[in-house]
Design a binder for this molecule. Structure first.
Ligand code: PHE
Length: 475
């Protein structure tokens, strides 16, 4: 007999989702009709799972490695003291990013469900906090898809040898079509399920991404501008370490790049069975850092070889680099490889964001995956539309700032930190030490240190980053 621990009636679909937490099973039972007939069908909806630990790690690396590593990290390093930036970055990743990642995985695996229902199972009233996180991820995804769609446009333009001018492109309505295409690619992947969609996409895309990156790094380092580029990128300016802005930039970049504090790893953790969470999280973190550092080694030599401005900041990926590719030998092939790689990275990150609201609908309301994905996809496209329109002929702006830039600040910077705070507080203070210990291998002194970090260190750093970001101390 199954131990029925929760019954969620979903009147709309005339069904109930009966959850057996012990076996992690979801059973969908058709509701008894009023005429008193026996249930017509009993469908067994076993909760989805990764096919292996490797599959889970690849999917999580796919989530972490995104535009943030390949495009944002190099220019943030360039703008914040070069090699010296690696000091605060390493500290923030290892001391705060990694513990928060382990906490999220622990909440997910322990509750066996996604963010809203996981929070509800910790305290009934926390489900609202879960919904806030779902909203923030959906809003981030909205504008992230716009950037992803530009990447797709460049990838196609290099592949088909149709030169693209960023200004002319965004002045047309063409970006809207690419926005839809990028959204569809994410939709199709998530719709196919955890194993068949998310895991499979990462299994193929991550190894390809790494190979392309290594090839591009090797090529870049043989270019005439290599020494100068690497010098600019990595020569440390330690005097910058006294600037709090540099530290805040490091904290912000670390949380964004690792995809922590968004309920993503919580959701991914809920599809995970066994395994050492610290070990797995460390692999994800190291992979994310390595890819970011390698991306810089690839970009700066190219920028210097083409004689471009290395401090081009936000414009680096979409204006400086494409023109660098047109200047150098084999530029067309290299450009195509670069933008397809960036697209693969962005796609697997966007997929992980879409999975958060989708899983919430499935777990909390008993929606079938396909219906949930369609609904969320439609909502996200609507949420992202203002951002998409802000870089078209319509130039949707708020007080002179393009809507997309505003969304990046409001949701991708402030929202992300707020979500991280919520998770660290709910998990660290309310889930219970014993329950966390059970997930991270006992309650020794290491776990005591860990709990202190989670309860005090991480929220404190997030709060400092929040205040700093409010005053835009960062670049
Ligand atoms: N980590 C991703 C990147 O580096 C972006 C991301 C942020 C993904 C937040 C999910 C959540 O691009």
């Amino acid at each position: 007999m199954l131990l029925l621990t929760a019954v969620v009636w979903d009147i709309r679909y005339k069904s109930a989702v009966v959850r057996d937490t012990r076996a992690g099973m979801h059973i969908k039972v058709e509701r008894l009709s009023t005429s008193g007939n026996r249930p017509r069908t009993v469908r067994n909806m076993k909760r989805e799972e990764w096919s292996s630990t490797l599959g889970f790690i690849l999917a999580s690396v796919g989530s972490a490695v995104g535009i943030g590593n390949i495009w944002r990290f190099p220019y943030v390093v360039g703008a914040n003291g070069g090699g010296a930036f690696l000091v605060p970055y390493l500290i923030s990743v290892l001391l705060f990013g990694l513990p928060l990642m382990v906490l999220e995985l622990a909440i997910g695996r322990s509750t066996g469900t996604s963010v809203v229902s996981a929070f509800r199972s910790i305290r009934q009233r926390f489900s609202a906090a879960g919904l806030v996180i779902v909203a923030i991820v959906s809003l981030i995804l909205g504008y992230y898809l716009v950037i992803t769609s530009w990447v797709l446009a460049y990838a196609l333009s290099f592949t088909l040898n149709l030169p693209m001018d960023f200004g002319a492109f965004t002045d047309s309505y063409l970006p809207l079509i690419f926005f839809l295409l990028a959204g569809l690619a994410v939709f199709v992947t998530v719709r196919s399920g955890v194993r068949e969609g998310i895991e499979r996409a990462s299994r193929y895309l991550i190894p390809v991404l790494v190979m392309i990156l290594l090839f591009l790094v090797a090529f870049s380092l043989t270019q005439p501008g290599a020494v100068e580029g690497v010098g600019f990128y990595l020569s440390p300016d330690y005097s910058r370490l006294t600037d709090p802005g540099v530290w805040i930039a490091a904290f912000g970049q670390a949380f964004f790049s690792l995809s922590v504090g968004m309920g993503i790893l919580l959701t991914y953790g809920s599809y995970l069975k066994g395994g050492d969470l610290f070990r797995n999280a460390s692999i994800i973190v190291v992979a994310d850092m390595l890819i970011a550092v390698l991306a810089g080694l690839m970009i700066f030599p190219l920028v210097f070889t083409a004689g471009l401005d290395p401090a081009a900041g936000v414009n680096l990926a979409f204006i400086a680099l494409p023109s660098a590719f047109t200047e150098i030998r084999f530029g067309l092939v290299l450009g195509a490889l670069f933008f397809w790689m960036l697209f693969a990275a962005a796609l697997t990150s966007a997929v992980s964001m879409l999975e958060v609201p989708v899983a919430a609908l499935i777990d909390s309301y008993g929606y079938p995956r396909k219906r949930a994905t369609l609904l969320v996809f439609a909502a996200v496209m609507l949420l992202g539309l203002p951002s998409a329109l802000s870089y078209t002929a319509l130039k949707l702006e708020v007080f002179g700032t393009p809507f997309l830039d505003l969304a990046d600040y409001a949701f991708g910077t402030i929202g992300l930190i707020v979500a991280g705070l919520i998770i660290s507080i709910v998990g660290g203070w309310f889930m219970g030490r014993t329950r966390i210990c059970a997930e991270i291998g006992g309650c020794g002194w290491q776990q005591t240190v860990y709990m202190a970090l989670i309860r005090y260190g991480v929220p404190a750093i997030l709060l400092i980053t929040l205040i700093g970001s409010f005053f835009r101390v960062t670049e």
